[in-house]
Ligand binder design. Structure first.
Ligand code: KIV
Ligand code: NA
Length: 265
């Protein structure tokens, strides 16, 4: 296998082959997911919730996301690594967006960046793409705007669908290589996917998107709290780890660990 490039994702869309994407914030998951053949890894600003313990993605900074990006990029052989532009790092101007993206690429080693927002951010996308930064768009429910959107709500219902379609087209026209659709009705996601040349990446956006993304801590059951309806839990790592910690604690307290084979003489 060779390194995944953005044009490979376009080719998969043309062939009608769906592809998976997962978040990753550290060395182990980067290696495991890369070896498992996940073609695109996202160092999402969801690291705010899943690494740093914030309640939302709003507080995470570039300085917090860059070391995680570095850890992931240093440990993949094939995957395309996309890093999120955090809230506050790109909205002001295309120049601000470029300065932030350059940090994610130079210091973090990212191969591409993702930013939230529709047509209002087309100038940012164009600036980045012109400068050599591949950009993934992200529309629908955009967590950085949760206070404007009024919480976790499905987007694009009713007469809002056309506006979302316009956003998707504006991002494609500005040069985005893919567009994430988050919490969008399956019907609207299907329409956008059919109209765009570039792949759509769904999360809570139905089965017709070109790709599907999940937050790894959700899909692997590390997150023991309540998860969204669109999450499927493929493992119970949280439970496995808790049992390991309990077993270790019991054996230390019962003096059965370390045993002879773990000791030096
Ligand atoms: O940060 C993140 O995990 C994301 C995905 C949910 C698309 O943006
Ligand atoms: Na994100």
């Amino acid at each position: 296998r060779r390194r995944v490039r953005t044009h490979h994702l376009l080719e998969l869309k043309q062939r009608g082959e769906a592809w998976p994407m997962l978040t990753s914030y550290d060395m182990y998951t980067a290696r495991i997911f890369d070896d498992a053949g996940i073609p695109v890894l996202l160092v999402g600003d969801s690291a705010a919730n899943n690494v740093y313990g914030y309640d939302t993605t709003i507080p995470i900074s570039l300085d917090e996301l860059i070391p995680l990006t570095r850890a992931v990029t240093r440990n993949v052989k094939h995957a395309l690594v996309v890093a999120d532009l955090p809230f506050g790092s790109y909205e002001s101007s295309p120049e601000q967006a470029l300065a932030s993206a350059v940090r994610l690429m130079k210091e973090g080693g990212a191969h591409a960046v993702k930013l939230e927002g529709g047509r209002a951010y087309a100038p940012q996308v164009e600036k980045l793409v012109t400068a050599g930064v591949p950009v993934m768009g992200h529309i629908g429910f955009t967590p950085q705007s949760e206070h404007t959107l009024g919480g976790y709500r499905v987007q694009g219902r009713g007469d809002r669908a056309d506006s979302m379609l316009d956003d998707a087209h504006a991002l494609e026209d500005a040069g985005a290589f893919a567009v994430v659709l988050e919490m969008v009705t399956a019907e609207v996601a299907k329409r956008i996917t059919a109209e765009l040349r570039v792949p759509t990446v769904g999360i809570g956006a139905g089965p017709d998107c070109d790709a599907q993304v999940l937050v790894w801590t959700d899909m692997a059951g590390m997150n023991t709290g309540r998860t969204a309806r669109f999450v499927k839990k493929y493992a119970d790592l949280g439970g496995t780890l808790a049992r390991a910690a309990h077993d270790f604690a019991d054996e230390v307290r019962g003096r059965s660990f370390p045993a002879a084979e773990h000791s030096f003489h």
